[in-house]
Design a protein around this ligand. Structure first.
Ligand SMILES: NC(=O)c1ccc[n+]([C@@H]2O[C@H](COP(=O)([O-])OP(=O)(O)OC[C@H]3O[C@@H](n4cnc5c(N)ncnc54)[C@H](O)[C@@H]3O)[C@@H](O)[C@H]2O)c1
Length: 246
């Protein structure tokens, strides 16, 4: 924990995902700055971070002194430039709107050193589109978390054709430092992998319901009591390996 305490992560957009990201970094000793165009979100964000911390009181042995220390490492800013001062890594988590993301990336890149990585939490939009007007766009990539990233233990890293190896390596080690598994996509694709897999399952589920084979609630039961339990231990390809051959 101590070794991360001097590193500052800046999060742009303090809504659901921005606040969840903040919680993960705080739990692993980082300092966090949050900038949101709506400064009022800070009270909601603080509440959700405190609520999230409650989930970790036992596993992380958190007493009131430790919680106070964790909360002292987060600051909210009205000004983007101030939120970026001395930052070591920037994560954008604003609404899923391409035009706004392009502008925010441009603004961030004008206010940090040219080597500081700027990552987008976008669920769907490839970084090559978001970084269109960014200065030194080889430091940009998608960093798509599960929701919430303090419970789902992975994030997808999606580089564009021009993302540098340095930005990729820094992002991999950042994720490892917060105990998330980096899932690296070899090339850009809309929707990335997590949502595509969820989408494939949902498509089949809707089709089974439309054909009146099974009810929606039984599909939910089958996933929570069957596939979900299996997939928490074995992925689909590991399962195939265990099947009887031939
Ligand atoms: N919700 C999910 O399940 C989920 C999962 C993974 C990734 N994501 C992605 O994370 C991003 C954020 O999603 P969310 O669910 O946290 O949305 P949200 O609406 O909860 O939060 C977005 C925040 O961004 C702020 N904002 C908007 N424009 C801004 C700007 N120009 N500058 C600064 N702040 C700005 C808003 O005021 C708001 O507080 C999206 O790109 C989304 O696709 C969402």
């Amino acid at each position: 924990m101590i070794k991360n305490s001097k590193k500052l992560i800046t999060i742009v957009g303090g809504g659901n995902i921005g606040s969840s990201w903040a919680l993960v970094f705080l739990l692993h000793g980082y300092r966090v700055s949050i900038y949101d165009k709506n400064y009022e979100v800070q009270s909601k964000s603080k509440k959700s971070i405190k609520r999230g911390l409650n989930l970790f009181t036992e596993s992380n042995n958190l007493d009131s002194k430790k919680i106070k220390n964790i909360l002292s490492r987060i600051n909210y800013f009205k000004d983007l430039k101030e939120a970026l001062y001395d930052t070591k890594y920037v994560i954008e988590a604003i609404n899923e709107n391409l035009k706004d993301k392009i502008n925010v990336f441009k603004d961030i890149s004008q206010n940090v050193d040219k080597d500081i990585v700027i990552a987008s939490s976008s669920s769907f939009i490839p970084i090559s589109k978001i970084s269109e007007k960014t200065i030194n766009k080889c430091r940009c990539l998608n960093l798509h978390p599960g929701n919430p990233p303090y419970l789902l233990k992975f994030a997808e890293i999606v580089p564009s054709t021009y993302t540098s190896k340095k930005a990729l390596d820094q992002t991999k080690s950042l994720l490892k430092s917060i105990k998330l598994h980096p899932i690296i996509l070899k090339k850009e694709i809309d929707g990335f992998v997590f949502n595509r897999l969820q989408g494939a399952l949902l498509k089949e589920a809707y089709s089974l319901i439309n054909d009146d084979i099974v009810s929606a609630s039984d599909i939910d039961l089958l996933v929570t009591n069957g596939l979900g339990l299996r997939w928490a231990v074995l992925g689909p390809f590991e399962t195939i390996d265990l099947n009887t051959k031939g």
